[in-house]
Design a protein around this ligand. Structure first.
Ligand code: A2P
Ligand code: MG
Ligand code: MG
Ligand code: MG
Length: 319
């Protein structure tokens, strides 16, 4: 099977990172540090990036990793205690890890977009993680601008009252599967059918500043969605569309930050998980998202992820 080694490596690394994140969360209330852009980061974000980058560096030493976090703040003398805490968490998985190993592994995630690269969000939805809500560990492999492998770990997600902690994995052309993070059989996923009125639902961010709630509501109404929206943090929203729990995920540019450009690690894994489950993902104008250029989409405003059946109607309603 194509990309089988990549898929297996990515799944194993995401599961390790998911266990670290849940260990941090089940300990004391995780402290957040504020980054330059005022967004939060925790020892779990750093620890998850360290574990996943170590695994990728060993298995695929020539592949750059474009990850969210870097070590600038961690290397400051006043945050030495934070680095110590990150290393302690990483040592639960790799007992020999030193502070210097951890810094080097995190920095392995500061690669740039190339003909073949990985992109990593060690915790997508850090605000959800801190609130005790949804978050995701998102890892994808991109080759010549095309997402080939996407793995989403959602440690706090469950559907229809089944087990909590789900992992979603997709390989281009091979479909999407869902499996419990704790272990169990993979199950093939399919987006909701066009005529499944019960599942004709919109999923959108909890953070009102990450989208345009009023335009999202108007578009949903225009395509016949009448149920109240599901509010969820992180790329777990893509998982909800892939699993048929929702028919549409809208992320339209917030009027407060109209120039915000979405980052590749906030979407790559989720996009493939939806596409391989039979859905469609584009920007708000119906154009494919550009994973070939840079860490941020240069020219893709908004994101629309759907079951495919309603996609054209959504784009029409938007334009
Ligand atoms: N103005 C914005 N518009 C859209 N997304 C944003 C904005 N500001 C931050 N984000 C990103 O939204 C993601 C969380 O999405 P959600 O709200 O769906 O859970 C985070 O990765 C965050 O990036 P960052 O980590 O750089 O702050
Ligand atoms: Mg962040
Ligand atoms: Mg993110
Ligand atoms: Mg993040």
């Amino acid at each position: 099977m194509p990309y089988d080694q990549e898929k297996q490596t990515a799944i194993a690394a995401v599961i390790q990172a998911a266990q670290l994140c849940e260990a941090v969360r089940q300990g004391l209330v995780p402290a957040a540090i504020e980054k330059n852009d005022k967004s939060p980061v925790t020892i779990a974000d750093y620890g998850a990036q360290a574990l996943i980058c170590k695994a990728l560096a060993e298995a695929f030493p020539n592949d750059p990793v474009v990850g969210e976090e870097d070590t600038t703040d961690l290397r400051q003398p006043e945050t030495a205690h934070v680095l110590t805490a990150v290393t302690e968490q990483v040592q639960q998985t790799i007992p020999s890890a030193t502070d210097s190993d951890v810094l080097n592994w995190i920095d392995h995630g500061n690669g740039t977009v190339a003909s073949r690269y990985w992109t990593l969000d060690p915790i997508d939805g850090t605000k959800g993680f801190l609130r005790g809500d949804q978050y995701a560990i998102a890892l994808a492999l991109v080759v010549d601008g095309d997402i080939k492998v996407g793995v989403l770990g959602c440690p706090f997600l469950s559907f229809d009252g089944a087990e909590t902690g789900l992992l979603f994995a997709a390989v281009r052309g091979e479909g999407t599967v869902m499996m419990p993070i704790a272990g169990g059989n993979p199950q093939r996923l399919r987006v909701t059918a066009a005529d499944d009125v019960d599942r004709l639902r919109l999923v959108e961010s909890v953070e009102s500043g990450h989208g345009d709630l009023s335009q999202q509501a108007q578009v949903a109404q225009a395509v016949g969605i009448t149920a109240p929206s599901i509010r969820m943090d992180s790329q777990a929203k893509y998982a909800a569309v892939a699993a048929g729990q929702a028919a549409l995920y809208l992320r339209l540019p917030s009027p407060k930050t109209p120039d915000y450009r979405e980052k590749i690690w906030d979407h790559a894994a989720g996009v493939l998980v939806v596409e391989e489950a039979g859905g469609r993902v584009t920007d708000m104008h119906g154009k494919p998202l550009d994973f070939a250029s840079a860490a941020r989409f240069p020219n893709n405003p908004g994101v629309v992820a759907s079951n495919g059946a309603i996609h054209n109607a959504v784009i029409q309603a938007l334009n």
